[in-house]
Design a protein around this ligand. Sequence first.
Ligand SMILES: *Cc1c(COP(=O)(O)O)cnc(C)c1O
Length: 856
Amino acid sequence: MKAIRRFTVRPALPERLAALEALVGNLRWAWHLPTQQLFSEISPGAWRDYQHDPMSLFGEISQDRIDELAADDAFVHRANTLRDDLERYLHEPRWYQELEGEKPGLIAYFSPEYGIAAALPQYSGGLGILAGDHLKSASDLGVPLVAVGLFYRAGYFSQSLSPDGWQQETYPVLDPDGLPLRVLRQPDSSPVVITLSLPDDRVLSARVWVAAVGRVTLLLLDTDIPENTDDLSRVTDRLYGGSEEHRLQQELLLGIGGVRAIRAWTEQTGVGQPDVFHSNEGHAGFLGLERIGDLIRGGLSFDEALQTVRAGTVFTTHTPVPAGIDRFSSDLVRRYFDADLLPGVSVDDILALGSETGAPGGAFNMAVMGLRLAQRANGVSKLHGSVSRGMFSSLWPGFDANDVPITSITNGVHAPSWTSPELTALAEATWGNPETAHADWTSPQLSTSALWETRNVMRAELVADARRRVTRAWNEQNPGGLAPNWLSTILDPDVLTIGFARRVPTYKRLTLMLHDTDRLKRLLTDPDRPVQIVIAGKSHPADEEGKRLIQKVVEFASDPEVRQRIVFLPDYDISMAQKLYPGTDIWLNNPLRPFEACGTSGMKAALNGTLNLSILDGWWDEFFDGENGWAIPSAATTDPVERDRLEANAMYELIEHQIAPLFYERNESGDPERWLGHVRHTLATLSPRLTADRMVRQYVAELYVPAYSSQAVLRHDGYRAARALAEWKRRVTAAWPDVSIVHVESGGLDATPQVGDELRLRATVRLGTLSPDDVAVQVVYGQSRTGDDELHDTRTQDLEIEIDPDRSTDQSEGTSLFTGSVRLRRPGGFGYSVRIVPKNDLLASPAELGLISTAS
Ligand SMILES: *Cc1c(COP(=O)(O)O)cnc(C)c1O
């Protein structure tokens, strides 16, 4: 009989084991090895079977075992010591507390998904894992963050395969009581309920779960409560499922409900309101509207409120694929905001924020709204920053893509979560310090054989894990049957192992390796230098093409000739990933450039000494140095068939002629010394730069602190500067059609200019009703190449006002004269242009208003 409802009964822990309660209750265990070791001792088998989930472990152990532990003085002592250590971690000053200068008191972080631990499956892929890593590093650094998301009853989905290799999805329902979560309550202990007014006088209600992620609080909104009708209780049923309207309801809840949840939480805890809001991707963008609504009800106009909200908002875009951006029909958005959702905010103002073209109608674009609601925005690698500036340049017409105000902060990964315990132990044994990111990996203090031994253990663990997983999958597929023997001998712990695991959208090209199956077969079965491949990945449930790709791989891998050397592991998740990255020798990534915004799995691999073999896309474009792995050249052709052929062949060539020979080359002690040289180099040079600590420090310095300062200025003295800025923008925008460059004269150079000469410029401009203080008249100069009008490697310099018509008595006919000079600093083609842009100290970029006037 199937249960209609299930719940978890927690064992009664005796007083002597109270420390365990504290240790389980804070997710810091997810990245604290000593705490995990303590949990594993409770029941090593259950710890492994439940994928390192202490809550499930406690649901499983007997009262006898608990009594036994309570009587074990050494165990109790260690639990108490670890609890004291946790307490210290939660309260001691860390990096952020030592940071000088004005800084935010609280930053609110919004994300549609969070990958923190396998035990809390609230993620589908890279975006969620990144958010989880962001919280963990913020916690380690002491950055005061409160995070908001949704609690999905069924998370993403569990993947299994039908006998013919077709992806099957199941949605195991989570029991929040069996997770390290507690309900946010009022002082009278009744649960806090967040409400949103919907069309047709309906109300969406949500309760708020609180998770402790180290020092960071994570609030998760959950609509599965009795206050809701059946259909509304399903709003948070699963991640990225359902109709357009369902998705809109989720995003309204995340953005608007999220801000309300934070308000309720700050009231309960006495913490002040956040100064800075960070939206991880566009899904949470409605958060800005809720805050605008608040300010409007406090007496500001829409434009004044918008300036204030923008100043304190950071938006991170994650997709270089226009089709990957979240859009809604404007009619649907109108219907929701026509209701009582945000009293005081006009629907037309809202629709204008999400309009792609600036004209009414058309799609409502969450990324576009995200960019309009955030004064600071970034992509997630250098290359992605540049691609994003091009992709969104139409929002700043007239500006070069280079001027588009989207910067980049390259993603990082949380080292304590993603470094294998074996490598940590090696660092500890060698240098007396378990921190792998700052160890001296190239020093002879670490012997080649010790490093090789550790790498071998890491690979052997993956092989054992893969065998367990395929056997379990076979048993699930064939209940009552006896798993064939070959399943328990798949893969070889001594063979060069290539890993490939990620979501399966088309651009990631899961099946590129199958381009020439004969050649692949030869690589896998080479008698001297065999290669083996471990593959994993989930396809979005609605993506039939992705499922077909998985099926092709599974089909190929079932061939008895190769099935020991290539395996597809179902149900890719954090717990699998933690074995996969350290256990492979090569991490393969072959996306279509430039569609991989950053990619973080290769970073996690590198942190473990795995070498990357990848297209120069995302992070690899920035970090490949010729020693830390291999670059698959991108084909310079637009023909997709030809491109795949060229890139697949380049990949086979690299594996056959460079990677395998290097891996199998051994010194007299039998160690692959040269290979390990690359491993050492990777660990020494990449680990420190790929960490989420580096990323979060950059967010603090480059985005959070500047956003904090901007919003503080605007809010000061009853929003005086916000009112002035809104008025100034209105005035400048209205006057802009009359702004123009009349002519530009140059002088100072003779017929053959030389390096060191000075180019003098005089620009006569018309400013209409604006004053010279409202604008910057700038010379933009740089390299100019023959046969190409574009300037390259440009610099910008302001010209100075010489004659202001208001203050001059001569016949300037209402024009102003700006002058300046540029020194020629390098030989070769030189070009320049002159432009006028709005100028105000409160702008973060001269492109902010999208207004520009250029010399023609
Ligand atoms: C890191 C990770 C991802 C994202 O990997 P990409 O290289 O960015 O595609 C997806 N799923 C899991 C489980 C991960 O650990």
